[in-house]
Design a protein around this ligand. Structure first.
Ligand code: BGC
Length: 364
């Protein structure tokens, strides 16, 4: 992730606009002027939203919030979720192109597998915004709206350390490491952020990964599947902890955290310190009960609002707003509209959810 000066990106946006304006007269290439370059479109246009699945609470919230926020803004919302199947997601995006969407918002199942279909969208004059996850290896993306992924991992790693100190006395601590689905570009970034905090503590002996499984490929959980995480945890506990206590586990999200806690409970272990992500209802209750140490909150309502703001700017003909963060997606530097995640423990839960009545209601 590179931080650039605001003016550099603002200049970049201006340059794109000028280029688009210059090519406007002799548009022989068949490329239509896109809203990302400042063209604008009808106030009641169709907006496509392609979600990867509905297997975690954040995506279900995104589905509902995109519908309400897009409709409140006057747009027609065309929202699809793809059940973790790449061809299904590609097909859904094809159909959004056919139905005349002016913007496609995409959260890829596999960051590298939407290039061709999104290039087709671009050629049809559609603007493309990545949502929550990076869209990789293509220039057919105008920007990504997300919570800092490496930052999310750093917070998770730090929270694991804090929890161990608070709950498990003096070290060294026995821990295990879990990552998310390897096709999701967030998963290696979360892991990288966490390991930037944990690796020095592994190196100095404060943390002991008893299984020795510290590579992302060993820690990853295919498709973010909780059952697969639970099976791996079962075999770690039976293979390496028959006569040892496990003190803590890095978990990349709440579903996997609950799978880890179930496995530890079934193996007769004391409750380990476990991190999470998404502030899912079930995990907020577990944090409040003192069972899950922490979760990481990335409010979907804010991420959707940020995306809809960008869509309004495109609709008005103002192009993509300026931003000072960008990421190399393997092909281009993509502008990133980045929000800050928040760690939630029992100590700060009431403050964090003060304006979130549904979650606040779980804290009793
Ligand atoms: C999202 C998480 C989610 C995970 C699995 C990630 O890309 O950032 O919020 O838990 O996918 O659905």
């Amino acid at each position: 992730m590179k931080r650039r000066s605001l003016s550099a990106v603002a200049l970049g946006v201006a340059a794109v606009t000028v280029l688009a304006a210059c090519s406007g007269g002799g548009r022989g290439s068949g490329e239509e002027e896109t809203a990302a370059a400042g063209g604008g479109f009808a106030a009641d246009a169709t907006i496509g939203v392609a979600l990867p699945w509905l297997g975690t609470q954040n995506w279900k919230e995104a589905q509902d919030l995109f519908k309400s926020q897009l409709e409140d803004a006057g747009f027609k919302a065309l929202i699809q979720a793809a059940d973790q199947k790449v061809p299904q997601q590609q097909q859904q995006i094809e159909s959004m192109i056919e139905q005349g969407a002016k913007v496609i918002v995409a959260a890829p199942i596999d960051g590298t597998q939407l290039g061709s279909v999104l290039e087709k969208a671009k050629a049809a004059g559609i603007s493309v915004i990545g949502y929550d996850r990076l869209i990789e290896n293509t220039d057919a993306v105008d920007g990504i709206v997300q919570f800092g992924s490496v930052r999310t991992g750093e917070l998770q790693g730090q929270s694991l350390l804090d929890g161990l100190k608070a709950e498990k006395g003096d070290g060294p601590y026995n821990i295990e490491l879990f990552g998310g689905g390897p096709a999701d570009p967030n998963a290696p970034s979360f892991y990288e952020g966490a390991m930037s905090v944990l690796q020095p503590k592994i190196d100095d002996g404060t943390l002991v990964v008893v299984s020795g499984q510290t590579d992302f490929t060993q820690a990853a959980t295919a498709d973010w599947d909780n059952a697969k995480a639970q099976a791996r945890m079962d075999s770690l506990l039976s293979g390496f902890y028959a006569d040892k206590k496990i003190d803590g586990v890095l978990s990349p999200n709440d579903g996997i955290a609950r799978a880890i806690l179930t496995s530890a409970n079934q193996a007769g272990q004391d409750v380990p310190v476990v991190t999470g992500l998404d502030a899912e209802n079930e995990s907020v209750s577990l944090v409040w009960a003192g069972t899950q140490w922490s979760t990481t909150h990335k409010p979907t309502v804010e991420l959707v609002a940020q995306t809809v703001d960008i869509i309004k700017s495109l609709q008005a003909g103002d192009g993509m707003p300026a931003t000072d963060v960008s990421a190399d997606n393997g092909k281009i530097e993509v502008p990133i509209y980045q929000l800050d995640p928040i760690i939630v423990t029992k100590d700060n839960a009431k403050e964090v959810f003060a304006d979130d009545p549904a979650r606040l209601a779980l804290l009793k």
